[in-house]
Design a protein around this ligand. Structure first.
Ligand SMILES: [Zn+2]
Ligand SMILES: [Zn+2]
Length: 163
């Protein structure tokens, strides 16, 4: 499946519809008018009539294609996947992409790290008085007897401190 682009079903519908209709229109316009006008009924009038008929048929096919294309496009627009905002550059990034095409921000990496530290660098140097530590979640100052961060409510588990 590596040669098939990862399109959405709606995209495939638009593409397949366009290709099928294009084939139909081409085959309709390619049929010779001589097939319609047999040798028995072959006249210039028949030839002209068949040409006009073919023109109408092709125009109709174009109309059908166009209406279908508009309908499929509307479905395509409505089923469009939501985009997410790049936190670095503000670019609207497609949901399927794992990196921002503009600045290269890695969403997949941020998601795996973000569950623990909401995307902020874990080793942010925050000046704290002795015995006070930055909250691992919001960087607010917390200290050992506290069981939860007062700022964000993150539960705090202090390592057994040397007495
Ligand atoms: Zn970006
Ligand atoms: Zn906190």
């Amino acid at each position: 499946m590596r040669f098939i682009p990862r399109w959405r079903k709606a995209t495939w519908a638009v593409v397949i519809w366009t290709v099928l209709m294009a084939l139909w229109i081409v085959s309709a316009s390619a049929t010779s008018t001589k097939d319609v006008c047999t040798t028995a009924t072959y006249t210039d009038a028949c030839q002209a009539g068949a040409t006009i008929g073919k023109g109408i048929a092709v125009t109709l096919l174009f109309l059908i294609w166009f209406i279908g294309f508009v309908v499929f496009s509307l479905i395509w627009l409505m089923s469009r996947p939501q985009r997410r905002l790049c936190p670095v550059c503000g670019e609207q990034v497609k949901k399927g992409l794992t990196t921002c095409p503009k600045c290269g921000y890695n969403f997949a990496q941020a998601a795996s790290v973000g569950s623990a530290s909401t995307g902020t660098p874990p080793a942010a140097p925050v000046a704290m008085p002795p015995g006070v530590f930055p909250c691992y979640r919001c960087q607010a100052p917390v200290w050992p007897p506290m069981t939860a961060c007062t700022a964000c409510g993150a539960p705090l588990n202090w390592p057994v401190s040397p007495a």
